[in-house]
Design a binder for this molecule. Sequence first.
Ligand SMILES: Nc1ncnc2c1ncn2[C@@H]1O[C@H](COP(=O)(O)OP(=O)(O)O)[C@@H](O)[C@H]1O
Ligand SMILES: [Mg+2]
Length: 266
Amino acid sequence: MLDKTQQGKSTVIGIGSGKGGVGKTTFAVNLATMLRESGKKVLIFDADLGLANIHIAFKNRVDGTMIDVLQGTKSLPEIIIEAENGVHIISGGNGLDEVLSINKHSATQIVHSFSELEGLYDYLIVDVSAGIDDNVMTFMAACDFKIVLGTEEPSSIADAYALIKMLTKKEHLSDLIYVPNKVRNTRNGQNLFDSMNKIAQKFLGASLNFIGSISYSSDYNQAWTKGVPAVTMGQSAIIERDYEDIIEALKQFDTPEDSARVRFFS
Ligand SMILES: Nc1ncnc2c1ncn2[C@@H]1O[C@H](COP(=O)(O)OP(=O)(O)O)[C@@H](O)[C@H]1O
Ligand SMILES: [Mg+2]
C-alpha cells in the first residue's frame, strides 16, 4: 500500500471529449507519466466502463476491473495495477457483459468508492468515456479540473461543444478547460481554443480556460503499438514540451471548493 501523500490532498483531473477517438486516453497516459516522472503518485481511472483500454497503452494485464468492485467481488485496492513506470491504473472493464451490468447509478457509486483511496495519490486522472450521458456528467462534475479535449475535425468540435453545453447548462459548471489536440503547432492550437471559447461565450455565456494544446505527432501511434507512453520515447522534444506547459499552467489554477457536489475523495 502507498504511503499517504505529503499534503494528503489529491488533485483530480477529468478528461472528456464528447466524441471518441480524439485522444483522451493518450492524453491521460502521457500526462500521468510526466507527473510520475516529477515524483508524483498518480492513479489513472479508465472510466470508459465496459470499453476500457488504458492497460494496452502500458502493455499491462488486467485481473480485476471496476465492474468487479460494483459487483462486490473485489475491493478497489485489489484491482489497482502498476505500470512499469510506476503509474497506477484502474480499469473500467471491457466486454459486453460488463457493459450490460452498468446502470445509471454506477457513476455515483464509483465516485464514492474512491474515498477508500483518499490521501494515497497526488493526482487522480479520470479518463472519461465518449458521449454526454449521465455517467459522463457525474464523473466530470466530480473532478477538480474538468478538461474537454478536442481536435479541429468538425465532428469533434460539435461534440466537444455539446459536452461543454451540457456541463455548463445541466451541471452548472463554470470552470471548464478546453485543450486542442492533434494541432499543427501552438498557434494553430491557440486559434482552435479561441474559436471554441468564442462560441461558448456567445451561446452559453461561459468562458473556457486555456492551459495549452497538444501537437500532432505520429509518435503517439507508435507509442500505442509499443505499449509505452509517447513522452518516454524521447523522439520528439515537442511532445514533452506540450505536457510540461500544460502541467505548469494547471499549477497556476486554484480550484474552487464545491463541497455540495458528489466528488472524488470527499
Ligand atoms: N496528438 C496526437 N497526435 C497524433 N495522434 C494522436 C494524438 N493524440 C492521440 N492520437 C491518436 O489518436 C488515436 C485515438 O486516441 P485515443 O487516446 O485512443 O482516443 P480516445 O481515448 O479519445 O478514444 C490513437 O491512435 C492515438 O495514437
Ligand atoms: Mg479512450
